[in-house]
Structures are given as structure tokens and as C-alpha cells.
Design a binder for this molecule. Structure first.
Ligand SMILES: Nc1ncnc2c1ncn2[C@@H]1O[C@H](COP(=O)(O)OP(=O)(O)O)[C@@H](O)[C@H]1O
Ligand SMILES: [Mg+2]
Length: 499
């Protein structure tokens, strides 16, 4: 046989396209050549060198004549080092060195010059996507990616270490090639709300925010515990659902985190000097950014006004849609980006505006400019604003522990479940239209809110935010309707007016 084909895939943003690797060997040609066609990127072109060495160094031979590897469909640009293995296997089949593999197999892997099969990015995305379209699909993947195969049946996955293993697999000897998952351990956070002294108001605000997956802005002097609180938020969020685990794992896989199962809510805290591309995603071959790595978890932006204005503004679309569109010259990619934004900031450049003990040294203009950096449309998507005054020294030194994360998480999970049952999403992610439908205020609560809106000069937008938080507060009490007490508590989380 001089022709063979092997199935594989190619990642296009957050989707997978099926790719067929075809090999043709023309042994009548007197020239020894090896050509890869079908719109390969430079990195795929390099495959030829790795495939050739790997084949020789594992005791196989490169057939004489001219070899053409075609990656079909040719209309799509191919990128990634995972084409090495399917090309090599196809070549071994075409030259009759191994028995033909079943057509059910999809093959992925990078080759070392010694024939070693090395892990590649995107495996969990490949597997989930292909399985959804083809129930019969089976996979041959690098052992270094085995953890990512956790979500398909074990007997549908073969993990290999070397190109040499393909010989056994073609003969149906599969015993040593099942995936194992035991070795994958996620670091625990090792943090607990128990460690936070005082800050009763802030903690309650954070609990409400976590219950409805609302975005939060914490404002307070340096040392008031903002960073400390933010880092503990993942410890009170409900456990991830299976769907969430799969989705987050696929995002990390595409971003190049190999063999990583994301089964704990992510916490990402990009530095304020980070570029827009690293935050929202980008690159010649679009990769997910921090906001997608934070999907289903927390995106913590410490010292929020210090971020570049274009970075802050780029959060608008994802905050609105729960996904981000990354546009490149040749492609558009959509990555999921439904995260809980926790932003923190000092009240002014020196940090002490409003502090009870330390005097603020900023001018009025400095204070105003600092707070203007965050535009209305962004602030509009931040439902909960919390002021965090510094905790008094007596309180800090107190031996008494606060409430544990476990306890708080129990309540948060309960309140979240009520929302999912009622409307299939959390209150923080409801559109204004959906909010109207699901946040029913009692007549008295409605009157109360109207009066509050007049007295406090609330804008229409901030009324909407109050309704949204009231809905979540009502859910923390398992109350069907939103009552006066819920609205009244919600009014506390509008943040103190600056000046
Ligand atoms: N409420 C608190 N309970 C316990 N420790 C606190 C509290 N607030 C501040 N601290 C202490 O002060 C340090 C600085 O807090 P941090 O969270 O970094 O403040 P911020 O981010 O507001 O500047 C913490 O590492 C912690 O030791
Ligand atoms: Mg801080």
C-alpha cells in the first residue's frame, strides 16, 4: 500500500475542525523528498524533520521515493505540533511497516527526535469536540496529556510514550496503554475566611456577591484587608458542576496548561501592567487570556485604576456577554469568559482619603481624577461596592476566629441553587429584561425603593443594581418575593460617594 489516511484535528479559536492526514508515497520517483502540503504553518512544516528522525530512531525506515503529506481540508491554516504523530503513523501505514489502524482513531502528539511522544496543548478540547460529533471516536494521545482524557470513556483512549508503541497498538496489544488519573492533584487554597477579623460588613457584602456571582468593587485604605478578602472568595463559591469543570479544563488546555483538570474555581490576579492581549486573549493563533482562565471563578484586579485604560475598557464586552471575541487578521475566536470580577482600589492616590486616623494628602482634583479612571459602563456592571475601613488594632489582635469558609460556602451554595432552579443562571448574570421577570418586589418593597430612589437621587441604573442585589439578598433568606428588608440591605452596597 502506498497511500494511507489518519484522522486528527485542528484548533480554531475555541472550536475543533476535523483534519485528515493523507500520505502518498511514490516509490518510482528517483528523488528522496518529503513534503507537507495543505496550508501548514511554519511550525507544522518543521514536523518533517521530527517525523523523519523519530521514524529512524525507533527502528522503522523512511521509504524511498517522494513522500507527500496532505492536511485536508486545505482551506484551513494548520497550526500546532500535534500533527507529528498522525503524519508519522500515516507514513508507517502507507509503507506497510505497521498494520492499518481502525478508522475510529483520532491521533495527536508531538514527536521528539528520539521517537518520544510529547504532550501538546488542546487535548481536552479535541476529545470533547470530536466525541460530540462522532460517538465511535477513539483517541491516541501522549501519556503526558492523559489527565485531560478524564471526561471520555477510559477504553476509548490510548496513551503512548513512544512512536514504537504504535506497532503494538496496530496489532491490538493495548494492555499497557490505558490512561491513569491518580497523579493529578490540584493545589488547595489553604486560605480561609476564618482568618479575617472584623470587617463584618465587607464579609456580608462578599457573601451576597458570591451568592449571586455579582461583580464587586472594594474600596479602602492600604492594609484594610482587601487583597486578603479577595483571595478567599473561591473558598466560599459553590463546588463546580461537571459541565463547568469540563469547560474550564478545555480553556486551560487550549491555553497550553497540559494535564490539568480544573475542578476548583479559578482565581486569577493579573498584574496591573498586563497588556490587553494577555487579559482578554490574543496572539497570531488566538489563545485565551486571563478573563477566560478566570471563567467560572474569580478575576481579581487589585488596584483597579492602575490598569491601563484600554485594558479596563476591554472588559466591557465580556462583562456584558460572558464571552470574549478575539479578532485576528485571519480569524475570529470566541472564548468563554463568565467570571466574577473583584476589583479593589484605594479611595485616592495617597490611599487615605476618608481614613479615620491618617490624613489624606491628595488634592481634590487628584481624588476625582483617580476615581474617574473607571468609566460609567464598567462601573455599571459592578453590582456591589464595598467600603473597607481599616480594622482597629484591638480587633486585629483578637484571638477570636471569624466564621469558616466552609460555613459560608454552605449558605452561598444554597442561595445559588435557588437561583439556578428558578431561572437557570445566577442573578449577577441576568440581563435587565430577565431581572424584571424574576425579581418580583412586594408592593411595599416597591414603594420603599421608589421613595429611596427619590431621597438618595438614584439613577435608573443604580435602581436596577439595587433590585438585582435585593433579589440575591432575598435568595440568601430563601424568600420568594423581594421585601423591604432586602431592598434596605441592598442600598448599603452602592459604595460611599466620593466628595
Ligand atoms: N480584617 C483583617 N483581619 C486580619 N488581618 C488583616 C485584616 N486586615 C488587614 N489585615 C492584615 O494586614 C495585611 C494587609 O492586608 P491586605 O489585604 O494586603 O490589605 P489591602 O489589600 O487592603 O491593602 C494582611 O496581610 C493581614 O495581615
Ligand atoms: Mg492589596
Amino acid at each position: 500500500m502506498k497511500y494511507s489516511k489518519i484522522k486528527t484535528g485542528c484548533i480554531d479559536g475555541f472550536k475543533v475542525e476535523n483534519i485528515l492526514v493523507e500520505i502518498d508515497v511514490n516509490s518510482r520517483s528517483t528523488q528522496q523528498t518529503f513534503k507537507i502540503v495543505g496550508m501548514p504553518s511554519t511550525s507544522v512544516l518543521e514536523s518533517e524533520k521530527r517525523v523523519t528522525s523519530a521514524i529512524r530512531n525507533t527502528g522503522f525506515t523512511i521509504p524511498n521515493g517522494s513522500i507527500v503529506a496532505n492536511l485536508s481540508p486545505t482551506s484551513m491554516r494548520k497550526d500546532g505540533s500535534h500533527f507529528d504523530l498522525p503524519i508519522a503513523v500515516s507514513l508507517l501505514e502507507a509503507s506497510g511497516q505497521i498494520k492499518e489502524l481502525s478508522e475510529d482513531y483520532y491521533i495527536f502528539g508531538e514527536l521528539g527526535l528520539n521517537g518520544e511522544v510529547r504532550p501538546v496543548s488542546g487535548i481536552s478540547l479535541f476529545l470533547m469536540y470530536i466525541k460530540e460529533r462522532n460517538q465511535q471516536a477513539k483517541f491516541i494521545i501522549p501519556r503526558g496529556n492523559q489527565g485531560e482524557s478524564k471526561f471520555v470513556e477510559k477504553n476509548e483512549v490510548i496513551v503512548i510514550d513512544s512512536l514504537k508503541d504504535i506497532e503494538n497498538i496496530s496489532l491490538g496489544i493495548l494492555d499497557d496503554y490505558s490512561p491513569k488519573y491518580e497523579d493529578i492533584v490540584q493545589p488547595s487554597y489553604n486560605l480561609d475566611f476564618r482568618e479575617i477579623k472584623g470587617q463584618i460588613f465587607a464579609k456580608r457584602g462578599i457573601e451576597i456577591a458570591a451568592s449571586g456571582f455579582h461583580n464587586v468593587l472594594m474600596r479602602g485604605s492600604p492594609g484594610s484587608g482587601k487583597t486578603m478578602i479577595a483571595k478567599r472568595v473561591p473558598t466560599i463559591l459553590p463546588d463546580m458542576t461537571r459541565e463547568e469543570i469540563i469547560e474550564s479544563t478545555m480553556i486551560y488546555s487550549v491555553a497550553g496548561y497540559m494535564n490539568t483538570i480544573i475542578d476548583k474555581r479559578p482565581f486569577r490576579s493579573p498584574h496591573h501592567t498586563a497588556s490587553t492581549a494577555s487579559i482578554i486573549g490574543g496572539g497570531a493563533v488566538p489563545k485565551p487570556g486571563e478573563i477566560s482562565l478566570a471563567h467560572n471563578g474569580v478575576l481579581f484586579m487589585d488596584e483597579f485604576p492602575e490598569y491601563r485604560t484600554d485594558v479596563i475598557e476591554s472588559l466591557r464586552q465580556p462583562l456584558e456577554d460572558g464571552e470574549v471575541t478575539v479578532t485576528r487578521a485571519k480569524s475570529v475566536a470566541n472564548f468563554p469568559a463568565r467570571f466574577m470580577l473583584i476589583a479593589s482600589q484605594n479611595p485616592c492616590p495617597c490611599g487615605y482619603y476618608g481614613d479615620k486616623e491618617i490624613e489624606c494628602t491628595c488634592s481634590l482634583n487628584q481624588i476625582l481624577n483617580y476615581n474617574r479612571k473607571i468609566s460609567g459602563p464598567i462601573l455599571d456592571r459592578i453590582d456591589i461596592r464595598i467600603d473597607t475601613p481599616r480594622v482597629k488594632i484591638d480587633e486585629l489582635m483578637s484571638k477570636e476566629d471569624g466564621e469558616s469558609s466552609e460555613k459560608i460556602k454552605e449558605r452561598v451554595s444554597k442561595a445559588s441553587q435557588i437561583q439556578i432552579k428558578r431561572q437557570n443562571k445566577l442573578n449577577g448574570k441576568l440581563s435587565n429584561k430577565e431581572l424584571k421577570k424574576f425579581a418580583v418586589l412586594s408592593e411595599k418593597a416597591e414603594d420603599f425603593l421608589k421613595q429611596a430612589a427619590i431621597n438618595l437621587k438614584l439613577t435608573a441604573r443604580s435602581v436596577n443594581r439595587v433590585v438585582r442585589i435585593s433579589r440575591t439578598i432575598a435568595d440568601t433568606f430563601d424568600s420568594k418575593n423581594v421585601e423591604i428588608s432586602h431592598v434596605s440591605e441592598a442600598l448599603n452596597y452602592r459604595g460611599r460617594k466620593i466628595i
